[in-house]
Design a protein around this ligand. Structure first.
Ligand code: NAD
Length: 749
């Protein structure tokens, strides 16, 4: 199966296969083999891809095989399987979706129709068909499987079935919303399609989505058994009739499904994502009509969703994440720099077993590494170990967290109180307390202990990499590896290139962050790096608005309604006001022209209100919500309680409405992003958007900070900033923004 013909060879090979060997046809992406029992097995292997996806060639090849089968002696049955381990067929080809986003809606409906007609042709052949699913069977791949009379899935951990289109703002387009409710019932179908979470083979069997779930080595034999059973015309016809007809649902059942699903969807999406309600409406409308009619409704709804700006944003965000996965990203200014090969880290170590060091160690365990963890404080280490093991086991990817798993993890975590334990490490991530003197001394000790090729990284939030590098004799092997809190949930890692950091060090750090399942971006050494620098104006403005007498809950509510997962004051409490104060001082020092250190945060710190970790900051927290990094809802807006602390620093009220508060929170961040781009801190606007989404949860449906700025429009932003001019230099449009406003430029392509 490895030496598939190239596209150029296809015509020749099509002819040759038909003429020379009526028992086998090999096309670019599909191959069909007729066995001695007359069963034809189609296997999928899409060349040049890590996974099988439905390309135009797959559709052409399927059509050609059906033509061949119709023209020759009929097979006794058909099995569809994959020749690629771990991948049956996944649906969307992202590159193609980006083209489709710009297509006319009539063309989209036609594309839906043509794919669906092809699958319907497969479904209506006069012989039984069975999909043997081993590996990811998603989107269009699941629709292909649904076109078969029966399905068998394997119990391998790589086998997952589902419709993830909703995550791109879309829905199935080749009959999925019509067929799935007829197979598993409308409620289960709705959950699978509107939530977009794939399920494993066992769950698929319990749901009735597949007829059997078996070990991979039994999949083909089981599929053959199902073919035998479905040769019985009555059994096959009953199945086909059910899949083609209407779904009978009592009016009260239907009303309940509509109301309860709408409530769940609204709770999950906050009304920001059009796909889930469209899926609900399409499934409900498709129940009372034939499956064919339901599929036409689906095509129309699919075209509508594809034209929505939210889908455009989600597809782009997905493409940026894909680019990040592939890109060695060694230079923050140009992707053209040749990339030196990264060293694969085998013996990582973390120094500092606090909140961050524990999270980083747990991330290593989850990724399968053995990791050494050093802390001078024996008690801190003893406290950290159970937290780390718990966090490693709680990862959702570990669906079967068991005591065995924890025992395995425990054997791979090597805690130590002395730096001598670092002697064999090939990567050391320093994550000790944020004190420059401690870090300088520690880095000297680390360098004196490890071998000459060991990469040394620091998780510092505020120390310039160049300053810390001064402690090292060989600063080329040193870089920043800046994780975000909580490490388990925040996927961004800033790889900070110091003045002396070599390309090889950056490449190794980037590759290692990816092995931890993170999204690394390379940033230049500068105060606050990228994310904290963009975060600070947002946090600072929230406190200024609070000083004008606006309640904390209202400020955070405005940010949440915009789509942020946490409001700025809730975020302050999560980070810790003492930590944020220190980071803020560094930034106020560096960018004094526009950031004045707020007097409120130090006053709160002096009053002992440090945020979640002390039980109260801008909000009060129940004691069980106190552990840092475990966000839960605050139990009360503490505006009244902290009023006396804030009183000396009150500002005159401006009476801003919610839209103005949104602008005040976010426009200074856009301004800071323009400066970051001017200074070449990151490669481009795409990386700013990726970072804001992966580090701060900026709403993906808005496409990221700068995609949102493009949607508002530079001219409009400059106008709105004009209305905020009384607030001082922090609201003054930058040169880049003014130029974009007059010349009509955009941030993102
Ligand atoms: P923390 O106070 O929770 O933990 C620091 C740990 O370092 C303590 O366990 C302490 O015993 C240990 N330590 C002190 N001196 C040491 C030494 N010489 N050798 C070994 N261990 C030593 O701090 P944290 O919040 O985990 O922060 C750690 C680093 O991560 C800091 O550089 C911080 O700026 C950075 N960071 C923090 C956050 C955050 O939100 N907390 C986010 C990103 C980065």
């Amino acid at each position: 199966m490895t030496d598939r013909p190239s596209p150029q060879q296809r015509d020749v090979d099509d002819a040759r296969s038909a003429a020379d060997d009526p028992e086998a046809w090999a096309f670019e992406t599909l191959r069909a083999d007729r066995g001695a029992d007359g069963i034809v097995t189609i296997t999928v292997l899409v060349p040049g891809r890590a996974h099988n996806v439905i390309t135009q060639s797959v559709l052409f090849d399927l059509e050609a095989i059906l033509d061949q089968l119709d023209a020759g002696p009929p097979p006794t049955g058909l099995i569809v399987a994959s020749a690629r381990p771990g991948s049956f067929v996944s649906g969307a080809d992202i590159g193609r979706l980006e083209v489709l986003v710009r297509a006319a809606s009539a063309d989209i409906e036609w594309l839906c129709e043509s794919g669906r007609t092809l699958f319907a042709r497969l479904a209506s052949r006069p012989w039984p068909s069975v999909a043997a699913i081993d590996g990811a069977c998603l989107g269009g791949g699941l629709e292909l499987a649904l076109a078969c009379d029966a399905r068998v899935a394997t119990d391998a951990s790589h086998t997952v079935l589902g419709f993830p289109e909703v995550k791109l703002g879309l829905m199935p387009g080749w009959g999925g919303t019509a067929l799935l409710p007829r197979l598993v019932g409308p409620g289960a179908a709705l959950e699978l399609i509107a939530a977009g979470e794939p399920i494993d083979g066992g769950a698929a069997a319990r749901l009735g989505l597949v007829d059997a779930c078996v070990a991979p080595e039994l999949a083909l034999a089981t599929a053959r058994g199902l073919v035998e059973r479905l040769r019985d015309d009555a059994a096959r016809t009953a199945r086909r009739r059910r899949m083609a007809g209407r779904v009978v649902l009592a009016p009260e059942e239907r009303d309940f499904l509509a109301a309860s699903s709408a409530a769940v969807i609204n709770g999950r999406t906050g009304g920001h994502y059009p796909a889930p309600p469209t899926i609900l409406e399409t499934i409900l409308d498709g129940l009372d009509v034939s499956a064919e009619h339901a599929a036409r409704l689906e095509a129309r709804a699919f075209a509508r969703l594809l034209a929505s700006p939210v889908t455009g944003h989600l597809v782009r965000v997905q493409r940026l994440a894909e680019r990040n996965r592939r890109d060695p990203g060694i230079d923050c200014r140009s992707s053209a720099t040749p990339s030196p090969s990264a060293t694969a880290i085998a013996a990582p170590a973390v120094v500092g077993a606090g909140i961050m060091g524990s999270g980083i160690a747990a991330a290593h365990l989850r990724a399968g590494f053995t990791v050494t963890l050093v802390d001078i404080d024996e008690e801190a280490l003893a406290r950290a170990v159970p937290t780390i093991l718990d966090e490693a086991a709680r990862d959702p990817a570990r669906r079967h967290a068991t005591e065995d798993r924890t025992a395995v993890d425990a054997a791979r975590l090597h805690p130590a109180t002395h730096p001598a334990a670092l002697v064999t490490a090939d990567l050391v991530i320093e994550s000790a307390v944020e004190r420059t003197d401690v870090k300088l001394e520690l880095l000297r000790t680390i360098e004196a202990t490890v071998g000459p090729d060991t990469v040394i990284a620091t998780n510092t939030s505020t120390n310039p990499i160049g300053r810390l590098a001064s402690a090292l004799a060989a600063p080329g092997r040193f870089c920043g590896l800046h994780f975000f809190n909580p490490v388990r949930r925040m996927t961004l890692v800033e790889v900070v290139r110091g003045p002396a950091t070599t390309d090889a060090t950056v490449a190794t750090a980037v590759a290692h962050a990816k092995r931890l399942g993170k999204c690394p971006i390379v940033v230049r050494d500068s105060p606050g790096f990228l994310v904290n620098r963009l975060l600070m104006p947002y946090l600072h403005e929230a406190v200024e608005i609070l000083r004008e007498g606006v309640a904390a809950a209202r400020i955070d509510g405005v940010a949440r309604r915009f789509g942020m997962p946490l409001g700025p004051l809730e975020l302050y409490d999560l980070i810790g006001l003492d930590t944020a104060l220190y980071a803020g001082l560094v930034l106020a020092d560096a960018f004094a022209d526009r950031i004045a250190a707020s007097p409120v945060v130090p006053a709160l710190v002096r009053a002992g209100r440090l945020g979640r970790k002390s039980g109260g900051g801008f909000y009060d927290y129940a004691p069980e919500q106190a552990p840092v990094g475990r966000p839960g809802p605050p139990i009360g807006d503490a505006t009244a309680l902290i009023a006396p602390v804030i009183a000396p620093y009150r500002l005159p009220p401006r009476g801003d409405d919610d839209d103005t508060i949104t602008d005040r929170l976010l426009l200074p961040v856009v301004l800071e992003a323009t400066r970051v781009l001017d200074e070449g801190i990151v490669r481009d606007a795409d990386e700013v958007d990726l970072a804001m989404i992966h580090a701060l949860g900026f709403p993906p449906f808005r496409g990221g900070l700068l995609a949102w700025a493009d949607d508002v429009g530079p001219t409009e932003i400059v106008r709105r900033l004009g209305t905020l001019a009384d607030l001082g230099p922090r609201m003054v449009a930058t040169q880049r923004l003014r130029a974009m406003a007059t010349e009509g430029g955009r941030f993102v392509a």
